[in-house]
Each structure stands twice: as C-alpha cells, then as structure tokens.
Design a protein around this ligand. Structure first.
Ligand code: BYC
Length: 491
C-alpha cells in the first residue's frame, strides 16, 4: 500500500499520512465510497457542503477556528488508520464519508422476515419510507448534540478537556455527514430535501426543534456534558449497534464505523465524571467534611441528581415499551437488536415473549409481552445494564476513599416523558406517587436552580498547559500516550 503525505492540508505540522488506496484526502470530501467515480453523488454532496459549513460556523463550537487542536482523524477504516492524531485547525477539518469494510462477500441478513437472504445494496421500494425515517432520526441527533455543546469550549476546565469536546464535536458532525451520504446517495430528491432539513432544525428551538426530546435539552455546563456523553452517547451506542445489523448494507456499514468513534465519546463521559467524583472524595477526606461546595468541589448528592436527570432523559430515547414501529422495523429486517447474531433464538421472534415492567391498577408489575412488540424495551434493558457497570466503577472510587455513599441509577419509570410511564409519577426507587407529592419532592431528586447556579459558578476556563479547574481531578493518562500537560490546543 502506498503511503504519502497530503499537501492539501497546509503546513507540515498538519500533514497526515494517507493510505491512498483507502481514503483520499485530496478530495474536498475524503471518502472510501468511490465518490470520484460517481459524479451525480459528488455534485449533490458538494452542493450540501457549503450549507454544512455555514451551519458549522453559526451553530458549531464557539471557538477560534484558527487555533490548532490535537485531533484524531480517520485516514482509513482499518485498525491502523481510523485513529490518526495531529494538529488541525477546526476550519480546515475535513469531514469524510467512511463505511466499514465488509468482512465477507456473501453477507446475509441475520434477523426478521428476510433472515438468510443476501443483504441489500439498494433500498427496497416498500421500505423506503421506514428506512428514510430511521436515517433522518439518527442523523438529526448528530448536529443537535453539536448545537447543545456550542458554548462549552469557552469554559473548558483544561486544554485536555477542550480537546475532548472539540474531538467529539467534529466526529458528531462527521456522523451527520455519514447520514447525509446515505440520504443523498439512496433517496433521490426526498433524500436531498431531508439533508437540507437536517441543517434547519435546531436544538431547543420552539418552532423547529430537533426530533428526539433529549436533544432539545440544554447542555449548559461541563458536568452536564460529562453526564450527556456517558448516558446519551450510550443510547447512540445501542441504537447504532441495532442499525449496524440492518439488511440495508450501506446503513449497517456506516453505523459499524460510527461505533468506533462513539466509544471514545462515552469514555470522555465516564472518565470525566470519575474525575469529578475523585476530586469530591479527595476534598471530603482532606477537609473532613461533606460540604465540599465550600471548597469549590461538586458534592456527591448533586451528582446523583444529575445522574437521575440524564439517565431518565436518555432512557426515553428508546421509545415506548410496546412499539409497533419497532416490531415492524425488526420484522422488515431494517433494525435489529444489540449484537443480534450473538443471541440464541430464531431471530424472527413471532412466537416469543419478553418480560417488561408495566403499570397496572396503580401497581408496577412484570408482564409477558410479545417479543416483537418489546424490541425497544429489550434494547433499553441492555442499555441500563451497561449504565449500571459505569455507575459501579464510580462507586469504587468513592469506596476507595472510605466514604459511605453510593450512586444509584433511578428506577426506569422515574421522570419519563415517553411510553407507559409518561402519565405517572415514580420516585427514584420505583414507588408510584401522586402528582402533588412529585411536585413537592422533585427538587430532592432532580437538579434545581440552586444546583445549576452552583455548577455554573465553577465554570471558569483554564487555558494553561497542565492546569485543571479545582472541581475536577486531572486524567490518569493523556491522549495518544501524550503527557497530561501536553499543549492539546495551541493558542
Ligand atoms: N423523543 O413506537 P415508539 C445518538 C416518538 S442517539 C421524541 O414508542 P419507536 C447520539 C416516535 O418517533 C441515537 N419522540 O418508538 C447520542 C413515534 O412518533 P410517531 C439516535 C419520541 O418509533 C449523543 C412515537 O413517539 N438514534 O446517536 O419504536 C450524541 C411512538 O414511538 C421519542 C436513533 O434513535 C423521544 N425520545 O422508537 C450524538 C435510531 N421516542 O410515529 C448522537 C433511530 C419515541 O408517533 N430511531 N418518540 O410520529 C429509532 O430507532 C426510533 O425512532 C426510536 C423511537 C428508538 C427513537
């Protein structure tokens, strides 16, 4: 394989080594989908490009786009190439279109009515509407998260954290490109219209909100950012993994590659929270007090409220517990389950049942439900188990400091706006309560104005190399084996 450096990236410092047989960085839109030989598609994406740049400048990170950031860029989709690090000016970042390689030429559909058939390289006419809807919903979350995080660079607690934020932002924007590629390449005029509309909706906008509720919530501070990337990006992991099973192979391969990037986003969330917990515990031990706010740290009960909020908003993202949409997506082989091929059943589920929690006559009960209708709930179960593992790791930090406190995930029915818990009030431990009690008690369970104001008061930027805000501990390791005081962003 020929190796060469890319002169189009400007100065020597920002040059990347490119595997020319995989991804061509001489292209305006780096890709491994053969864009150069598809003039119609190339033209359509090149028309969308300036609209994207306009959106990125107006709604992307509020950050000096001339500053060089030590970023990871995919230069190929194999294990050597997807994580290449170098300094890049944000305004020169190149968003590409990448599909994971196919491991086999005889790839077969693994679930639903089409199980066993060859995967589809084109969109079947009868599933056009459903597939487009799934792709648009996925695509809509990507620019939404960039919009939500727009202002955070200005209050980064360190250069290390600023870099993590900007890395996530460019990758979420690349995930938008990934979905736009599918829309433009496979859905004709409708797809081009949807691609434009993805840039018109706005997170939190009353008239043109983003599609899913969690993506209209503000991310005003870094504590929210870390919990968002832990809980909400983790929904991304489970949704992308389900779409990566799709019979529509371009969607499956696009999502497979996105998952490699998503893992880092959750890592930023989990380690970010760990560092805030670490700092709180150190202050509690050193000052012999639970009142760490006096010393500029964030107390554990406040963090528990943020867990309650972000977990509940993110569990809504799985949709209703009983969903005919989800049953149809599965039966039509459009969207599978998490690690579908590792599940030991017939992968059609027409005669199977699944246990879900229901509210019946004012009580929580477990009820057998047709497995096809319970696809969303099954995915939510996988997600909750994964969240619990992260919470357990945070609790180990607290235990290591000999502190008698444990974080707990709230009950799945707590603070829900979607599905069967929508119209009931549930405490974090899962008791059903009346609305009046909920209104009285919710300030104990969810961040209130006082908590938000306190967290906001800590958001002072730290821009010297190796410096960290006093509410967060330094990370244990740097990025790409670099030291912690490495200039991750150059001023
Ligand atoms: N908010 O049958 P139902 C990510 C709607 S995150 C608002 O119960 P369904 C990322 C639903 O649309 C991953 N509306 O649910 C993370 C339907 O509307 P209609 C994003 C909601 O359809 C961080 C109605 O309620 N990817 O990548 O089975 C940073 C009844 O729906 C919500 C995907 O979501 C909600 N939370 O499942 C960056 C994958 N939930 O039909 C990125 C694609 C439901 O009445 N999406 N509704 O108009 C899907 O697979 C499905 O649309 C959902 C919902 C799982 C979201």
């Amino acid at each position: 394989m020929e190796l060469e450096s890319d002169p189009s990236l400007g100065d020597a410092e920002s040059r990347v080594t490119v595997m020319t047989s995989m991804v061509d960085y001489n292209e305006l839109i780096p890709n491994n989908v053969g864009l150069a030989s598809d003039r119609r598609l190339k033209r359509a994406l090149e028309r969308w490009h300036p609209q994207f740049m306009k959106w990125w400048k107006a709604h992307g990170p509020e950050h000096d786009q001339n500053k060089k950031v030590y970023l990871r860029t995919a230069v190929s989709v194999d294990k050597n190439g997807w994580a290449h690090y170098d300094y890049v000016k944000l305004q020169e970042y190149r968003w590409g279109v990448f599909l994971a390689e196919n491991s086999t030429t005889d790839k077969r559909i693994t679930f639903g009515d089409h199980r066993g058939d060859p995967v589809w390289r084109e969109v079947p006419g009868e599933y056009r509407g459903s597939l487009r809807r799934l792709i648009v919903t996925q695509g809509d979350t990507e620019p939404a998260s960039v919009e939500q995080q727009r202002w955070l660079s200005a209050t980064a607690p360190s250069l290390f954290d600023m870099r993590s934020l900007l890395q996530i932002n460019v990758e979420e924007a690349r995930h938008l490109w990934a979905m736009v590629y599918l829309l433009v390449a496979y859905f004709g005029r409708d797809g081009r219209q949807e691609a434009e509309d993805l840039l018109k909706r706005r997170s939190g906008d009353n008239d043109k909100p983003r599609i899913l509720d969690a993506f209209n919530e503000p991310t005003p501070d870094w504590l929210s950012f870390f919990f968002f990337t832990f809980f909400t990006d983790r929904d991304g992991k489970y949704q992308l993994a389900s779409l990566a099973e799709s019979a529509f192979d371009p969607l499956a391969r696009t999502c497979r590659f996105m998952l490699t990037e998503e893992a880092h986003h959750m890592y930023v969330g989990e380690t970010g929270v760990s560092r805030v917990v670490q700092k709180a515990c150190e202050v509690m031990r050193e000052k012999k007090t639970d009142d760490v706010r006096k010393h500029g740290a964030i107390d554990l009960p406040t963090m528990q409220k943020y867990i309650n909020f972000h977990f509940s908003v993110s569990t809504d993202l799985f949709g209703g517990e009983r969903s005919t949409n989800a049953a149809n997506y599965f039966t039509q082989s459009l969207k599978g389950r998490y690690r579908e091929s590792h599940i030991m059943d017939d992968h059609r589920l027409k005669n199977d049942e699944y246990l879900i929690t229901k509210v019946e006559s004012g009580r929580m009960v477990m009820a057998e439900t047709p497995a096809l209708l319970s696809i969303n709930e099954r995915l939510r179960d996988d997600y909750i188990a994964d969240c619990q593992r992260g919470v357990d790791r945070w609790n180990k930090i607290i235990a290591a400091h000999d502190i008698d406190f444990e974080f707990k995930l709230p009950h799945r029915g707590f603070n829900r706006k979607i599905g069967q818990f929508e119209n009931v009030s549930v405490t974090p431990v899962g008791d059903l309560i009346d609305d009046e009690t909920w209104e009285k008690c919710k300030v104990q369970w969810l961040p209130g104005i006082g908590d938000e104001e306190y967290v906001a008061s800590l958001m002072e930027p730290i821009t010297e190399c190796g410096g960290f805000a006093r509410w967060i501990a330094p990370p244990r390791v740097g990025i790409n084996s670099q030291p912690i005081d490495f200039p991750y962003v150059r001023f």
